[in-house]
Design a protein around this ligand. Structure first.
Ligand code: AQP
Length: 328
């Protein structure tokens, strides 16, 4: 069975972009693959986090994994900081990487541009991400479009390690969803929807109450036209809303175009909101049940134990090959 590794940062409230681009694929992949899914809290602290919020966000992201359908008996779900091998291999990976490689990362450029002072962790983020993946010798990594470049770097680092220390690490392949690889922000069709955006109206959180969600969709930016047409270059905002519509309704883009021909944006947005509510209401209900059940920490402990078994073995082999003196 091929192995899958993926993770989401506990850096805010998960958006429908995280769901469509990542989580919903986790649920599918666990049926055919051995899956490790992480809540990457060590990545979340690459930008400042309030301690109380970080704890709540980590629990919330974990509960959303299960609410979305990740099954703790099929997949190992764990918090990254519960498996210390991630931080240790993350350091080792930064020693294998070159400055120029990290400097080229567009996510670093985007995020550092928004900070007053830029933390070193934001810069070395791709080294830790490489460690996350390589510790599990993952075959496949489900990621949205935005993470493709980091995965490319992970592949380079795995190849570099294998050249220097002998063939050992598996070079992972990206798994990019066909629909929804990049859900854009509601207020600007050229920006990715992000959970850490300071403007809550730019994203739809998976846990937004139905009325909040309806309001956000109603005020979502469109354009001065009135045609519901899929044209990401000239109509990026409307096209993005159509992608979300298509995912939540299972209608094709063509069918959506036909349905709203000559009707303008009003009816389209109204129906879109109802499809989004119908998609996320059951998940919200399960989320509440999971948080109330007290089972969450048990699942996470079980996941961390299974993850640590695999990760510690890989780390040991890596250290031996690199010439670290191993403890008796
Ligand atoms: N807008 C998106 N469309 C499709 N996929 C997305 N992902 C994130 N945003 C979108 C995918 O979700 C997974 C987890 O991402 P992450 O939390 O590790 O980091 P990110 O990509 O930086 O996500 P955010 O929401 O933008 O977080 P912040 O605001 O903290 O940086 C990844 O597979 C990602 O591709």
């Amino acid at each position: 069975m091929k192995r899958v590794l993926s993770g989401i940062q506990s850096s805010g409230k998960l958006t429908i972009g995280n769901y469509i681009g990542a989580l919903q694929n986790y649920v599918k992949l666990q049926e055919t693959h051995e899956c490790f899914f992480s809540i990457v809290d060590l990545h979340a602290i690459t930008v400042p986090q309030n301690p109380e919020d970080l704890k709540e966000q980590t629990e919330s992201v974990a509960a959303l994994y299960f609410a979305a359908g990740v099954d703790p008996n099929k997949s190992s779900v764990f918090v990254q900081s519960h498996v210390p091998a991630h931080a240790e291999l993350g350091w080792i990976m930064t020693t294998l990487a070159y400055m120029g490689e990290f400097e080229r990362m567009t996510q670093f450029k985007d995020k550092s541009g928004k900070q007053e002072s830029v933390g070193v962790g934001l810069f070395t983020y791709p080294g830790l991400m490489a460690a996350d993946i390589l510790l599990y010798n993952a075959d496949l990594v489900p990621v949205g479009d935005d993470q493709k470049q980091h995965l490319e770097l992970t592949r380079d680092l795995a190849n570099r390690f294998n050249q220097r220390y002998g063939e050992y690490l598996k070079v992972p392949e990206p798994y990019i969803p066909e629909v929804g690889a990049r859900i854009m922000s509601l207020d600007d069709g050229s920006n990715k929807m992000s959970k850490s955006s300071p403007n809550p109206n730019s994203f739809i959180a998976m846990l937004d109450e139905p009325d909040v969600l309806r309001k956000k969709i109603k005020r979502a930016t469109t354009d001065s036209g009135r045609e519901v047409l899929f044209d990401p270059v000239n109509k990026p905002e409307v096209s993005n809303l159509m992608t979300i519509y298509s995912y939540c309704s299972a209608l094709s883009i063509k069918e959506i175009e036909q349905q709203y021909e000559g009707q303008g944006y009003g009816p389209f947005k109204k129906d879109l909101a109802e499809h989004v509510v119908a998609t996320f209401e059951p998940i919200q209900q399960r989320y509440k049940e999971i948080r109330a059940s007290g089972e969450l920490h048990k699942y996470l402990q079980q996941g961390a134990e299974r993850a640590a078994e695999v990760a510690n073995e890989t780390l040991k082999e890596i250290k031996q090959r690199m010439g670290f003196l191993m403890p008796l």
